[in-house]
Design a protein around this ligand. Structure first.
Ligand code: 5GP
Length: 121
């Protein structure tokens, strides 16, 4: 999948669309999901142009990758969900229903999150 510079998260990164920011550093931006599916629902994105976790893993710098993982842990602490539990999820492509083609992870928490996946088999 080629990177689309007009995707919504790219526009948020350029400041063309607003967001409710919860964290930012040199490599990462995190903000609240516009349609939250848990009391805490944060989206973390790298500032670089990556479409998926496999793209990010293969082509991002070590500094970008380290910053991203560290940000997940910091936000879990900052949002007060580290002790009670939380879930980190990344969708990619059609089977996972990815809506925005800029690599991102969702961080969910704040209540019982239920089963990990719909059981279809
Ligand atoms: P995906 O299905 O691609 O993993 O998730 C995309 C997420 O982006 C959805 O949870 C959706 O609610 C969120 N989203 C879509 N547009 C916007 C927006 O303009 N602002 C914010 N904060 N979240 C958005």
């Amino acid at each position: 999948m080629a990177y689309d510079r007009n995707n919504i998260f790219a526009r948020i990164l350029r400041g063309e669309l607003p967001c409710s920011k919860v964290y930012e550093d040199e490599h990462v931006l995190a903000f609240r999901d516009i349609n939250p599916q848990a009391p805490v629902h944060v989206i973390l994105i790298p500032k670089g142009e990556y479409v998926s976790v496999d793209d990010f893993a293969a082509t991002a710098t070590a500094a970008e990758q380290a910053a991203f993982i560290r940000a997940i842990g910091r936000i879990a602490q900052q949002e007060g969900v580290a002790a009670g539990g939380y879930r980190v999820l990344a969708n990619h492509g059609e089977a996972a229903g990815q809506e925005v083609p800029h690599f991102h992870v969702h961080l969910f928490g704040g209540h019982d999150l239920g089963p990990m996946l719909r059981r279809a088999v």
